[in-house]
Design a protein around this ligand. Structure first.
Ligand code: PAF
Length: 298
């Protein structure tokens, strides 16, 4: 029987108490719960994560909270897009069961004094220029996991360092949730879809897609045996030549530990963060050593 459009609209809750009322009912009915944490301004990337959660759990919760704690004072917290009505409509279309839309006071009440910190993986890359990012992310994600107690939670590979940090957090704190990841969704020209793409001028938008192309070509070269240092240097000069205004990093790292590597012996990632005007774009690509790789005489 077809549901009416209203019946498909997700429940909207703004407090942890209301949230727990619904999750408690679902649990008592023996249903599993999937969570997709977001900061809103939802796009196809988020929707693909929601679809993964739906495919792996009976109930889908999407949280929308622009988390002040993960932005440093010089960053874009104030201008970060807030599109609540459009977001809820998109979540209705994907048949989310519940949207959790807490206020800042609900999440960080008076006297809030706790920070969750993951070491090692947060030493550099995005952390070098965004000092509040990962403590802010791990603190809010821990809260969301404790508030919703999901069976699974889904995060995007576009924020690859964040994904590894969250996996480590869950492992270290024995949080009973399975973290799933979704591949980066891209525009037809290859630009990784991001809520921040809407900051780009048409001219910057033309340049932006080159980030993916250069990462992909560099990853292919390294996978085929070219030296990492030389390929990274070449990629950096291409990015600068093509019109990017700055670069926070362009690095090839071990795919699990994010340690720097100079030879491709295990799965790796090439990760980049670049600037176009006041907009910071990140992207990454997998690099797999070829199966036939290595010295045949050894
Ligand atoms: O990736 C994001 O959108 C945010 O960092 C997250 C995980 C929702 C935490 O605020």
């Amino acid at each position: 029987m077809a549901n009416s459009p209203d019946a498909l609209r997700p429940i909207i809750v703004r407090t942890v108490k209301q949230l727990r009322g619904h999750t408690g009912q679902w649990r008592r009915a023996g249903q599993t719960i999937g969570l997709v944490p977001t900061m809103g301004a939802l796009h196809d990337g988020h929707i693909s994560l929601a679809q993964i959660a739906k495919d792996n759990a009976d109930r889908l919760i999407v949280s929308i909270f622009v988390n002040s704690k993960q932005f440093s004072p010089h960053e874009d917290f104030d201008r970060y897009p807030r599109e609540q009505d459009a977001d809820v409509a998109k979540l209705a279309a994907v048949q989310a069961d519940l949207v959790f839309l807490p206020s800042a006071d609900e999440m960080y009440g008076e006297g809030f004094a706790t920070t969750i910190h993951v070491d090692d993986l947060t030493r550099d890359l995005c952390a070098a220029t965004r000092p509040r990012l990962f403590d802010g992310v791990t603190t809010i994600v821990t809260k969301l996991l404790l508030q919703t107690t999901p069976d699974i939670a889904v995060f995007g590979e576009k924020d690859y360092q964040q994904l590894l940090v969250i996996r480590r957090l869950v492992r270290d704190l024995d949080i009973a949730v399975t973290i799933l990841s979704g591949p980066t969704k891209r525009e037809p020209d290859g630009l990784a879809i991001s809520s921040r793409n809407q900051y780009l001028t048409p001219e910057q938008r033309g340049v932006a897609a080159q980030l993916n192309r250069i990462l992909r070509d560099t990853a292919d070269e390294i996978a085929q045996g070219s030296g990492i240092a030389a390929q990274v240097a070449l990629a950096k000069s291409k990015l600068t030549g093509i019109g990017f205004d700055g670069m926070d990093y362009l690095e090839v790292r071990d795919a699990d530990t994010l340690e720097p590597i100079d030879r491709l012996e295990r799965p790796a990632r090439i990760l980049g963060a670049v600037w176009l005007g006041t907009t910071r774009l990140i992207d990454n690509r997998e690099i797999l050593p070829s199966k036939s790789g290595g010295d045949p005489l050894v």
